[in-house]
Design a protein around this ligand. Structure first.
Ligand SMILES: Nc1ncnc2c1ncn2[C@@H]1O[C@H](COP(=O)(O)OP(=O)(O)O)[C@@H](O)[C@H]1O
Ligand SMILES: [Mg+2]
Length: 250
């Protein structure tokens, strides 16, 4: 069974000049062990898709289902099964990673908060700075804390909105390794289903098992990094141009 499922997922916002359809009729699934990339230029609808799947926004029509729980009717169960890293995390300068993790552990009603914080901090390699204010941490360190917050309840599904944005190449590499490990099946788990949004083409080859190319709110292509690499041909060429041209035109 797919851990993430979007069926005809559509979101329309009221706009000054009339309604804006941010995403329209999205259909896709993500299985355990997959790291699927939602790729596309700014404004393509990546963050809106993430917010709908995370239960932060209601869909205008269509359905989002997390590990068998429809967000529309079983939001609480769905949210217990997912971890979400928003594109712009909230202001938190005065708080420490420990404060943030304790908050998330509490929100999920975890029985042993101290143990959960420590094991998650070890997994994401932020144990060394748990008690320093977030304001003093580098972007890479902060991002590991945000990942830890999304992971603390060990959800089968991760929704990560541009998780490597703003990181230096070493930090990017480290985060990608972490995500690959999380998707890997083990003796006790089939691996997490991870949906990552990105506008970076380099991410395709180094991280993703599958790619959904989003353009103006619709899926233009559902492909693999290998196929995208041979972008000179047909549809791939079009997809490649969408990803590169629009970025350059910003
Ligand atoms: N809260 C909102 N109100 C109105 N329009 C929105 C809102 N959020 C997103 N949009 C519009 O939806 C489209 C997709 O935005 P978004 O999902 O943020 O794209 P991406 O993350 O790919 O850059 C854009 O045209 C954007 O202006
Ligand atoms: Mg976005």
């Amino acid at each position: 069974m797919a851990l993430i499922s979007a069926s005809n997922l559509t979101k329309t916002f009221p706009g000054v000049g009339g309604p804006v359809t941010a995403i329209q009729g999205l259909n896709f699934q993500v299985n355990a062990g997959e790291i699927v990339g939602l790729m596309g230029p700014n404004g393509a609808g990546k963050s809106t898709t993430m917010r709908l799947l995370a239960g932060y926004l209601p869909a205008t029509s269509g359905a989002a289902v997390i590990n068998g729980h429809p967000l529309a009717s079983h939001a609480l169960q769905a949210k217990q099964n997912l971890g979400y890293l928003p594109e712009v995390p909230p202001q938190e300068d005065d708080l420490t990673p420990h404060n943030l993790l304790a908050f998330h552990a509490g929100a999920h009603g975890l029985p042993n908060v101290a143990h959960s914080i420590l094991s998650t901090a070890k997994l994401t390699r932020c144990a060394a700075y748990l008690h320093r204010p977030m304001a003093q941490l580098s972007k890479g360190m902060k991002q590991r804390v945000h990942l830890a917050c999304a992971l603390i309840h060990n959800p089968p599904v991760l929704l990560l909105d541009e998780p490597t944005d703003g990181l230096d190449p070493n930090q990017k590499h480290e985060l990608r390794l972490m995500l690959k490990k999380l998707a890997q099946p083990t003796a006790t788990s089939p691996g997490k289903a991870i949906l990552v949004s990105t506008h970076l083409l380099e991410e395709a080859e180094s991280l993703l098992t599958r790619i959904l190319i989003l353009h103006r709110g619709q899926i233009l292509l559902d492909t693999t990094p290998q196929d995208l690499a041979q972008q000179g041909r047909g549809d791939m060429g079009l997809a490649f141009r969408v990803l590169t041209t629009n970025r350059a035109g910003e």
